[in-house]
Design a protein around this ligand. Structure first.
Ligand code: NAP
Length: 251
């Protein structure tokens, strides 16, 4: 008798997961890992050609995904409501939302920041993610074990000089994760933050030109943490921000 290799575990089998920022560094790595873990993904992103490339990789790794063009800058509450309606109509369920979209345009002193740029950074990095989560909550509440996972940056770093609206918004996201988790404590919807360590992505490159940090990793290093938080195993991180580089809950 031949020993066949055992199938890889699929902790997200049967789950539908909406992923924002799906063609970003962390988003694309998480998409592949979630598909390999069995999830049916809805890949949301603002650039269709890049989204199509992620689609191809995801379709090879797991269940066929769906694409959803979405620009957080221009979308309003009605657009998020329409997204939730389409998920309900086409997939009938939503078990997870992984938010990986973020915009950072470079280090600038607050005093010299274009007022419109500050407002845009707060909108794209804080208001829009909340509108997205809020619109999806009714659908998530219907799932037996649902997860909202928000990628967040290190508040100690982005609270320093020159991180502008992005840094301010990240502090807001940390608060949002904990506040929403407390409000949803008695429901099937788990809320957690994922704080990866420094990653080689376009976002990071806009802050550090010659980035030689010893703790710098490819985003694939944190894709497994995304799967964990979206799966039943994520229950241990409920209501916390997981400092995935250190392996601890962030303070
Ligand atoms: N990189 C790090 O060192 C690091 C460290 C800690 C935490 N994080 C967090 O990790 C998450 C992922 O970041 P990343 O490093 O993977 O950055 P990234 O590669 O730049 O990906 C960010 C994604 O967000 C998308 N995005 C930006 N503005 C958008 C908008 N208006 N509408 C829709 N999508 C938009 C980008 O689209 P385009 O490709 O079109 O720009 C890109 O796909 C973020 O939450 C970030 O705060 C990153």
């Amino acid at each position: 008798m031949v020993d066949l290799p055992s199938a890889a575990p699929q902790p997200l089998a049967g789950r539908v997961v909406l992923l924002s920022g799906a063609h970003g560094g962390l988003g694309a790595a998480a998409a592949r890992a979630c598909a390999a873990a069995g999830a049916t993904l809805v890949l949301a992103g603002r650039r269709l050609p890049k989204l199509n490339r992620v689609y191809d990789a995801v379709a090879q790794a797991g269940p066929e995904p769906l694409l959803y063009p979405l620009d957080l800058e221009g979308a309003g509450p009605d657009d998020y409501a329409e997204l939730a309606d389409r998920l309900q109509a086409e997939l009938g369920r939503l078990d997870g939302l992984l938010h990986c979209a973020a915009e950072f345009r470079g280090l600038t002193p607050l005093e010299h920041l274009d007022p419109a740029a500050f407002a845009r950074a707060i909108h794209v990095n804080l208001t829009a993610p909340w509108w997205l989560v809020q619109a999806c909550l009714p659908l998530l509440r219907q799932a037996p074990d649902a997860a909202v996972v928000v990628a967040v940056d290190d508040p100690a770093r982005v609270g320093q000089a020159y991180w502008g609206g992005y840094g301010v918004a990240q502090h807001g996201l940390h608060a949002l994760v904990r506040m929403l988790a407390a409000e949803l404590a008695g429901t099937p919807v788990r809320v957690a933050g994922l704080q990866p360590g420094p990653m080689r992505t376009p976002l990071r490159a806009r802050a550090y030109a010659d980035d030689l940090g010893e703790d710098l990793r490819d985003p694939e290093a944190y894709a497994g943490a995304c799967v964990t938080l979206l799966s039943a195993a994520g229950a241990t991180h409920r209501g916390t921000v997981w400092d995935a580089a250190a392996g601890n809950a962030a303070p």
